[in-house]
Design a protein around this ligand. Structure first.
Ligand SMILES: [Zn+2]
Length: 311
């Protein structure tokens, strides 16, 4: 069964101006996927819009209002890195909605897995704050939605963006029903993600951080990643795996850069696919986070999709 690709040109309307997280990321990737013929091998689907109620699954009403108002007034900066334009709120609703569309499609068995090629990204957004280019936490909203709407008990999130997904970790820190696993460069933005951050209360043990320091080899990174996916993920037995797929760990990335090669994204996808096959009949939804090298990003995404397609 072909992998599903969720995409709509509405994602180009989130106008960030001269900013690494800009429209060209998706324009270049679409062009590349079409030129290589990859586009035709996928099940292409348009996202729906998330409702305001669905944003409230993980965000405070105040946060939603701040983003909406700033955007509808014409835009501005929500934090030193995070800018919105007039259409950003609309694009953000479709970004979160893209993940929800993917989850609904997988439950209906239209496809076994899906990649949501969305922007703005989400994993830095906390319940009450936009930060690090992120407005709403697409992956977290998806996890809660899968539980509430489709009665899935346990969701595992694998975040391989080069930055730690502080927002996602924060939202589920005391929740044993969502396993959050992140690999990331450290010390690095946003500063969180040390090994001893493992959850709290009932959620103790359900947050796993693998920070990688300067000089860590790719082999070591892949080995540690594979260890968690084969042990903790299989023990947890999720009903769905969500990937926060940032490609800014790629060696040429101007923002992150952790020395990763294109084939490493293929390998990590494979590991996630295998865990999903074993735990949840292959159900996996991946959503785009970072990745700012306009030449490398399309190649990394192509590798990711190829690996998802080989189920
Ligand atoms: Zn990132």
């Amino acid at each position: 069964m072909a992998a599903m690709l969720i995409y709509d040109n509405i994602y180009l309307e989130h106008d960030t101006g001269p900013h690494p997280e800009n429209q060209q990321r998706l324009i270049s990737t679409c062009e590349h996927l079409k030129t290589t013929g990859m586009w035709n091998q996928l099940l292409i689907k348009k996202p729906r819009k998330a409702s305001e109620e669905e944003l409230l699954l993980v965000h405070t009403a105040r946060h939603c209002e701040i983003v909406k108002t700033a955007s509808l007034r014409g835009g501005g900066y929500l934090d030193p890195d995070t800018v919105v334009s007039k259409k950003s709120y609309e694009a953000a609703l479709f970004a979160a909605g893209g993940v929800l569309t993917a989850i609904d499609s997988i439950v209906k068995k239209d496809s076994v897995n899906a990649f949501c090629m969305v922007r703005p990204p989400g994993h830095h957004a906390t319940s009450d704050r936009a930060m690090g280019f992120c407005l709403f936490n697409n992956a977290a909203i998806g996890a809660r939605y899968a539980q509430k709407k489709h009665g899935m008990d346990k969701i595992a999130i694998f975040d391989w963006d080069v930055h730690h997904g502080n927002g996602t970790q924060d939202i589920f820190y005391e929740d044993p029903s969502v396993l959050y696993f992140s690999i990331h460069r450290f010390p690095f933005y946003p500063g969180s993600g040390e090994t001893d951050e493992t959850g709290a209360g009932k959620g103790k043990g359900f947050t796993i951080n693998k920070p990688f320091y300067y000089g860590t080899t790719r082999d070591d990174m892949l080995k540690k990643t594979s260890g968690v996916l084969t042990k903790q993920f299989r023990e947890f037995k999720p009903d769905l795996i969500i990937i926060s797929a940032g490609f800014d760990g790629y060696k040429n990335d101007p923002v992150g850069g952790m020395g990763l090669e294109i084939e490493d994204y293929k390998k990590m996808t494979r590991m996630a696919v295998e865990a999903a096959n074993e735990c949840c009949e292959g159900r996996m939804v991946s959503t785009l986070e970072g990745g700012y090298d306009l030449h490398g990003l399309p190649l990394c995404i192509e590798a990711h999709l190829k690996s998802m397609n080989e189920v």
